[in-house]
Design a protein around this ligand. Structure first.
Ligand SMILES: NC(=O)c1ccc[n+]([C@@H]2O[C@H](COP(=O)([O-])OP(=O)(O)OC[C@H]3O[C@@H](n4cnc5c(N)ncnc54)[C@H](OP(=O)(O)O)[C@@H]3O)[C@@H](O)[C@H]2O)c1
Length: 250
């Protein structure tokens, strides 16, 4: 990725950890400027300091229109434009049918759908013609797992948004794509386990349904996001890259 993002300005939401963090790393390695978001300024400051290059941590909850306004105002003041927008922040909840509450619906849809729409819409005036938007989807949109209907519906929505936006933004040369991870070893998933042994068992279990018999890594997903966001993917538009070790493919 050396110089793949030279002179490019990128925003990666949910960039303080996991897939978003490694994506930011890859864009910075490619000589791009990257704004990363999350809800904790201390974590963001530490993440930005950890990544070498021009990385700026901006506290912005994707559920908050005001936070998103502040984020893009800061990007505009400092960089004047956005070339690459990676909408990656998301919420997950487990709630089997019969236990779903309005609160749980809001928890998932406020970030994954409303947050995605508002992030893209608020970035739009700064997005250059010929720019690129990558939405992080999920294999959950394509393959069911018990208790995850809300998350699956929200990620199917993300996939649908990308199709329409790709069509609508074609006149400006803006490409819109989805990258859909399968089970992936990230801090967000790891925190579901209390001990190192539990964590190992969790990721082993996540890998069992996968032809490759292991969960993916944030690195493996971020590599595809960075490719799709780069000029090397200049004819890739409206697509959904599934990075799942074959989980939903065979
Ligand atoms: N890991 C998997 O197995 C997997 C599988 C399929 C799809 N995905 C998708 O991949 C993406 C990244 O997942 P991940 O596993 O890398 O997550 P992660 O390790 O939990 O990291 C999530 C990142 O998003 C931030 N974030 C969470 N809620 C936010 C909000 N409301 N506003 C702004 N930032 C927020 C987190 O920071 P704070 O918590 O400090 O805000 C953190 O930086 C998500 O879209 C997820 O749905 C993951």
């Amino acid at each position: 990725m050396s110089n793949a993002f030279h002179d490019k300005v990128a925003v990666v939401t949910g960039g303080s950890a996991g897939i978003g963090y490694v994506t930011a790393q890859k864009i910075a390695e490619g000589s791009g400027t990257v704004y990363i978001t999350g809800r904790d300024q201390d974590v963001l400051t530490a993440a930005a300091a950890d990544i070498s290059g021009d990385v700026i941590g901006v506290r912005a909850d994707s559920r908050s229109a005001d936070d998103l306004d502040r984020l893009f105002a800061q990007v505009e003041r400092r960089s004047g434009r956005v070339d690459v927008l990676v909408v990656n922040a998301a919420a997950i909840a487990t709630a089997p049918l019969g236990t779903i509450t309005e609160d749980i619906i809001r928890t998932v849809f406020d970030v994954n759908i409303t947050g995605t729409i508002m992030t893209v819409q608020k970035a739009l005036p700064l997005l250059v013609d010929g720019g690129v938007i990558v939405l992080t989807g999920s294999m959950a949109a394509h393959k069911a797992s018990r208790g995850r209907s809300l998350y699956a519906a929200s990620k199917a929505g993300v996939r649908a948004l990308a199709r329409t936006w790709a069509l609508e933004l074609t006149p400006r040369g803006i490409r819109v794509n989805v990258v859909s991870p399968g089970p992936t070893d990230t801090p967000g998933i790891a925190q579901l386990a209390a001990t190192a042994e539990e964590r190992e068992a969790l990721f082993a279990a996540m890998g069992t349904g996968t032809p490759m018999t292991r969960a993916g890594t944030a690195e493996e997903v971020a590599a595809v996001i960075a490719f799709v966001a780069s000029d090397a993917a200049s004819h890739v538009n409206g697509a959904d890259y599934q990075v799942d070790g074959g989980y939903g493919q065979v």
